[in-house]
Every structure is written in C-alpha cells, then in structure tokens.
Design a protein around this ligand. Sequence first.
Ligand code: GTP
Ligand code: MG
Length: 370
Amino acid sequence: PEAITVAELANRMTERVGDVVKALMQNGVMATQNQTIDADTAELIIEEFGHTVTRVSDADVEQVIEQVEDNPEDLKDRAPIITVMGHVDHGKTSLLDAIRNAKVTQGEAGGITQHIGAYQVQTEGGTTLTFLDTPGHAAFTSMRSRGAQVTDIVILVVAADDAVMPQTIEAINHAKAAEVPMIVAINKCDKPDANPTKVRTDLLQHEVVVEEMSGDVQDVEVSAKSGKGLDELLEAIALQSEILELKANPDRAAQGAVIEAKLDVGRGPVATVLVQNGTLRQGDIFVVGEQWGKVRAMENDQGARVKEAGPSVPVEVLGLNGTPEAGDVLNVVSTEAQAREIAEYRQQVAKDKRAAAGAATTLEALMQKA
Ligand code: GTP
Ligand code: MG
C-alpha cells in the first residue's frame, strides 16, 4: 500500500501501537494511531522493528492471480452462458420461466425456487444451459465496464406487439460492444396484434439483420404464454453454442464474476458468483474486487448446499469479508495473507482515485467560483 494508518501498521507487525507511535516520534514523525503515514516512513519503522518489508504493487497482484494459459488438452466443454435482454415488459422473465418450466428435468418441474438471478436448465437433449436474468441493463453495463465478460450469447427479447423500443436498442448496443452473438426472440406472438414483420424491419434499422431477412442473426417467433417456439429457441441456442465451442479447464484455481451481491442481515455479505474457469470449492481463499474471503458455504440455483462449482455454474458464496460489486472478478489465491494484501492494495488504489477525483472536483468548483 502507498499509505497506512499507524494502528494498521502496528497490527500488521503485531507490535503495540504505543511503541510504533514512539518509534515514529523518535524519527521526527508526530502521528496518532488513526493517522496515515506514507510508505517510506512505514518501511523505515518496519525495519526498525526488525521486520521485513513487502510492498504490493500492480505487478505483484497480477503475479498472484496470474492468468495461466490452459493447455488445450485440459479444456472440457462447458455450458453456454446466456443473458436475456430487452425492453421493459417485453417478456424476458416470462420467457425464462417458460423455458424452465417446460424444459427442466423431470421431478424438478414447477418446484424450482429461483434463489439467484442465474440458474441452470437441463434440456431434454441432456445439455446444460446457464441463464442470467439480470435485472435491467445496469448490471450488464457495470460488468462490462469492470472487464468481466460473462455472457456467451444474448437473447434479445422483442415483443411483437410493441416492436423495437429504447431499451431494445440499448441491448443491441451492449451485445455489439461486447461482441457477443445475438438470438432474437420475437415474443408475445400469441397476441392478436402481434406483428413479427415489424420487429424484423425495425431491427434492420439498427443493423440487426435476422435470418428471415437473409441476415445471419437467428430469429425465432415465440410466446412465453402459449409455449410456442420454445423448442426452436432452445435449438437456436444449441446451434449458436456449438459454433462457439465453449470450453474451460475445471482443474485449476477458480476464476469467476460477481452477478450480484448483497449484505444479508443473518448471513453477512453474500455474492452470486458465476464460475468462469476452474472449480470453486468450499474452503477456497479468494479475492473479489476490493474484498476477500474464504468460501464458508455455497448454494446452487435451487438453494441446495454444494461443495464445489465448476465452469459456467452459478453459486451463492458465503464467507466474504465485505460486499463486492456486480461485475467484480473473483480469483482463488493460495493464502489468506495474499488475499488480504491484494484486497487492501485495491482498496487503497480505489481510495487514492477517489481522493484524486475529489480534489479535481474541488479545484473545478473553486475555479468556477472565481
Ligand atoms: P421487466 O423485467 O420489467 O423488464 O419485464 P420482462 O421483460 O421481464 O417482462 P415480464 O416477463 O415481466 O412480462 C411482462 C408482461 O408481459 C407480463 O404481464 C406477462 O404476463 C406478459 N407476457 C410476457 N410474455 C408474454 C407472451 O408471450 N404473451 C402474452 N400475451 N403476454 C406475455
Ligand atoms: Mg423481468
């Protein structure tokens, strides 16, 4: 860290705060326990106490959570991650519900509790699909801005009685910017005023040319209400994911992305994590954004306790020391010391950034006043 409070420095060295304050004083630095001292001063004190100095830098962080390239022979097929997007009320959630109810394996039908905004569906053909029902576009945008590319396929839901609307366009732009293939689901085709052709021509204006219009974007007419077209939609997904040849290495330290996170009164910070590579296990130590933790327990999308989660599997993770943000990347590391150090380093970087931004704003305000 670039700076540290006197109390924290004492804590890290397991020395008494009073002794550290005294040592600082002897070096001409007057500081109380809550005051911050710079890294050079801290280093001096650490050496005086006979400890060794380890400074964390961007490079160190990169090294600890190094993205080792997987050997091709270690890669195994993984489920596609599909995000459903579209304008308000165009039927995103209904469509997902319909897919789940119609296509979940026997015995599970109907009785599924959607604990988290991400869940897996087994198709009759035996393939597994991971769906994300992100509420609105905010989560998706923040994920992208944080560099967490979570989705493999976007299903663009457009209601046939309403055609292309502002949030439809936003969704198109997101998918294009993320370079994620799209499948258009023209929904509400059961309605008497449904006009799928208008949807297709509207989309043309936004450079989405569907197959019906001789383009290469798959389009399917569906109805979440009647169940029409659901099989075709699943086929379209299967076809698209085959093209993508999605693979991951289950035998490595897990890396994932936070889909959502909250502070639960009873359970503490809880994060829904989508594992992207490797396998996340109970007891694993991890950093996630500016937080860190140790997996105390995990629950799958049906609220069942699980001991591990492989690629493309969404799980609720307990055991965090703070609440991360949607889009934060999770990396499993070897030791708690590493995890803590990286998290603290990131917190410090974020704090410095905010301070710099704050200073700039103040300066700007002053200049405007002058
Ligand atoms: P937001 O999450 O608020 O953006 O909405 P949404 O896109 O998830 O839409 P939702 O699934 O909540 O559906 C909105 C309304 O449209 C509900 O009243 C649904 O019953 C209705 N609806 C959804 N799909 C269909 C459909 O295929 N046919 C008909 N007739 N109604 C539908
Ligand atoms: Mg919804």
